[in-house]
Structure formats: structure tokens, C-alpha cells
Design a protein around this ligand. Structure first.
Ligand code: PGA
Length: 230
């Protein structure tokens, strides 16, 4: 299993440092060998002394080395901290910040050409699910995305399950991940209200290779509990 923690707009430089210190201790004490990815806010990026199975990535970046892009960070800022991992296509970027599939594909290709590990997110809204268009919609989110990229991880995150406390049903996750698996050979994650009380069930889904956790990852004890309860 892969465990990814998306801090979103939570945590500071100080609290991130604290969190990572506790996570390192937990991984050592429990002998956790699985891959763990932490996505802090970009203000908390730093050089951490990490065991080989913990990686720090960014939630977002602009596909440029540097330049005049007010409010964005580019490669120059990522390189300072040897960042080589990024989330692309998160539904909050798509909906709140209006990122088009075109921009998302541009980001994907920029970071792909640099060999980044990319966690690429897809997910349907409640309206699309109710209209029985889920798979059709999800495939459209792969426009201009190389699904054979060897440093890719795909995260399926139904929008209606994100931050709501209500995860998608096991059968629904299973159905989507199985359909994705027919075409996509890279690891598949599920995200959307993953917590310590549902991790066992989600981890048991056939094509589920890991989880992308938002709210339940923000507290270190809660994130460790998820890893423990797998
Ligand atoms: P959530 O967020 O765990 O709070 O539902 C998941 C995500 O947006 O990655």
C-alpha cells in the first residue's frame, strides 16, 4: 500500500517539521516499509533527513523554471529542496481554481519531462455519477495524459466524497478501479474521506494500491492510525 497525505492549506513550517519528526519515529518504531508521500503547503518545504520510504512532494506548481507568474512557484523553488514529486489535477485545482484539462496536461508533460513522480488525480461530481457518466467523464480527464508514464500514480477521488466524511462505497470504488486497471498499469490510489475506521475495507479492494488522504492526515496520530489499521 501507498499512503499519501495532502495537507492542502493546513500546517505551517513549524508544525510540518514537528509532524515529519513524529512520522519518522513512527515508521522506525513500527518498521513500516511501505511508501509514504507527504504534501505540505509550499511554504513548509525544507530539506528533511528522511528514511528512503518517505517522500516530500508539492500539491501544485506552475510549469515554468521561473519568471513572472505572481503567486506561483516553479522549478527554481522546487529544486532548492530537491522536490521530485507533485500532485497534478486535484479536483480542488480543477474546480476552485478553474484549471482546464489543457493546463493540467501542460503541467503533467512539463513535470513528466523532468522525470517527476506524478500523482495524477481524477474524479467525478455527484451530478456526473447520478447521470451514469462516471467512466466516460473519468477517461476525459486523461486527455493528453500519458498513462504509460512509468513514474505515474493515479488517484481516483470522487469529488462528492472529498472532505465530506463519507467515503465512496466499496463496490463503487471497486468498479471504477477495475475499469481503470484494464487500461492503466501504474499504481491506483483511492481518495475521499479515507480514515482509520475505513482503511481496512478500502485497502482490501482488489485494485487499490494505496490511499490519498486529506483531512484525516492533518493530525499525525490520525495518519499513523490509518497506516497501523491497514
Ligand atoms: P479528504 O481529502 O480525505 O479530506 O476527503 C482527500 C483529497 O482531497 O485528497
Amino acid at each position: 500500500m501507498i499512503y499519501a497525505a495532502n495537507f492542502k492549506t493546513n500546517h505551517t513550517r513549524n508544525s510540518t517539521k514537528n509532524y515529519i519528526g513524529k512520522l519518522i519515529n513512527f515508521v522506525k518504531e513500527e518498521g513500516v516499509k511501505e511508501d509514504i508521500y507527504i504534501f505540505p503547503p509550499s511554504t513548509a518545504l525544507d530539506k528533511f533527513n528522511l528514511p528512503s520510504n518517505i517522500t516530500i512532494g508539492v500539491q501544485n506548481a506552475y510549469p515554468v523554471e521561473n519568471g513572472s507568474y505572481t503567486g506561483e512557484i516553479g522549478l527554481e523553488q522546487l529544486n532548492e529542496f530537491d522536490i521530485k514529486t507533485i500532485i497534478v489535477g486535484h479536483s480542488e485545482r480543477r474546480t476552485i481554481f478553474g484549471e482546464s484539462q489543457e493546463l493540467i496536461a501542460e503541467k503533467f508533460n512539463f513535470f513528466k519531462n523532468l522525470g517527476y513522480k506524478i500523482i495524477y488525480c481524477i474524479g467525478e461530481s455527484k451530478e456526473i455519477r447520478d447521470a451514469n457518466q462516471t467512466m466516460q467523464y473519468l477517461w476525459s480527464e486523461f486527455d493528453d495524459i500519458d498513462i504509460e508514464y512509468n513514474n505515474l500514480i493515479v488517484a481516483y477521488e470522487p469529488i462528492w466524497a472529498i472532505g465530506t466524511g463519507i467515503s465512496a462505497k466499496k463496490e463503487d470504488i471497486d468498479e471504477v478501479l477495475s475499469a481503470l486497471r484494464n487500461k492503466i498499469k501504474v499504481p491506483l490510489l483511492y481518495g475521499g474521506s479515507v480514515k482509520s475506521s475505513n482503511i481496512k475495507e478500502i485497502a482490501g479492494i482488489k485494485n487499490c494500491d494505496g490511499v490519498l488522504v486529506g483531512s484525516a492526515s492533518w493530525n499525525i496520530e490520525s495518519f499513523c492510525e490509518i497506516i497501523k489499521n491497514r
